[in-house]
Design a protein around this ligand. Structure first.
Ligand SMILES: [Zn+2]
Ligand SMILES: [Zn+2]
Length: 341
């Protein structure tokens, strides 16, 4: 999941508390609360490693978030000071937002994939990131009044990141992390995010799947940081399918089996979305905004705008790469219209 999934209003519902539970001997799930409607929590994973633990992901940074992480660790008799190494599956705030805090407290080594600009650039310059998003909105046919409303609500939303920290080591293809359960090998799985990496422990066929494959199928791609996120995502599904994992430990929700079935479900939903886009523009060229209601049941609103629009643009880019659609600037000189080829 990602911060930019929508605008988050004041959240008055009862917040969950950080919770820790043992999944296997030497492997703990740390369930950490999130302030996002529809995504109540994310997971970090602690894995026994000698006298301490390896921590995978961190939860998001916000007021009280360190205490939630400490609470979850405490429930399984762990402390932040036990963390020997931190590895983050990708640079979305719910997965690496507290990295700086964990490193400060534990003095641990930190690993993350170097293609993290999608999750770090906006932290340093939120105004530029917003301006860029507004420009994409304009090109997609979002009316100026709606853009102004969006900008007003988006300004001042915290990044969810304590501080941008550089990795000590790049978490790229083939990097190995030693734990008491065995060796975990990194597999680059871009698509959901350019920095996404899954970790696989072949000895036990355990997969830390991050947000690449979730128990409940939910597609999200970062738009604008790579040429074809959907194409990358599909290729990354093949990479993970070939591992033949027995149990997936995902970034949200409970661990799940039938990893292959979940991967197939993702492929099917991507194909459905792509078909919906092509069908929408068969009769006449449309802007991305006009295509959205053909792909998603909900109409665009300030709340879901950046999410649905970014996803639809990703599908259009993928179809464009496959020469199934073509985008053209219309008479306004600002907005793109898409037609089926
Ligand atoms: Zn997430
Ligand atoms: Zn994510």
């Amino acid at each position: 999941m990602v911060r930019a999934m929508g605008l988050v209003g004041t959240n008055t519902r009862q917040r969950e508390l950080g919770r820790g539970e043992r999944v296997l001997p030497g492997l703990w799930r740390l369930r950490l609360p999130l302030p996002w409607p529809g995504v109540p929590h994310c997971n970090a994973w602690a894995i026994a490693a000698g006298s301490g633990v390896v921590l995978i992901d961190t939860g998001m940074h916000e007021p009280g978030s360190v205490a939630q992480l400490e609470r979850a660790l405490d429930q399984v008799n762990l402390r932040l000071e036990h963390v020997r190494l931190l590895a983050c599956t990708h640079a979305h705030s719910d997965h690496w937002g507290q990295a700086a805090t964990v490193i400060d407290r534990a003095g641990c080594e930190f690993l993350m994939h170097p293609n993290h600009a999608h999750g770090t650039r906006h932290v340093g310059d939120p105004d530029a990131a917003l301006a860029r998003r507004l420009e994409v909105g304009r090109q997609s046919g979002v009316p100026e009044a709606a853009l102004a409303q969006y900008a007003e609500q988006a300004r001042g939303i915290p990044s969810g990141v304590a501080r941008v920290v550089e990795a000590d080591r790049a978490l790229v293809e083939g990097v190995e992390i030693e734990t008491d359960l065995g060796t975990w090998v990194a597999y680059e799985t871009p698509g959901h995010a350019p920095s996404h990496v899954c970790l696989f422990c072949a000895e036990r066929r355990l997969l830390i799947s991050g947000d690449h494959v979730l128990g409940r199928i939910s597609l999200f791609y970062d738009y604008g940081y790579s040429p074809d996120p959907v194409g990358e995502f599909l290729a990354s599904l093949d990479v993970i399918d070939a591992l033949d994992a027995r149990l997936a430990l995902s970034g949200h929700g409970k661990p799940f089996v039938d990893v292959h079935g979940h991967i197939e479900g993702n492929r099917r939903l991507v194909a459905e979305r792509l078909d919906a886009v092509v069908t929408a523009i068969r009769a006449e060229p449309l802007t991305a905004v006009q295509i959205v209601p053909h792909v998603y049941e909900e109409e665009l609103s300030v709340r879901n705008a950046s999410w649905f629009l970014a996803q639809t643009l990703c599908y259009l880019r993928h179809l464009e790469a496959g020469r199934r659609v073509r985008g053209e600037r219309d008479d306004s000189g600002v907005t793109d219209r898409w037609r089926a080829v």
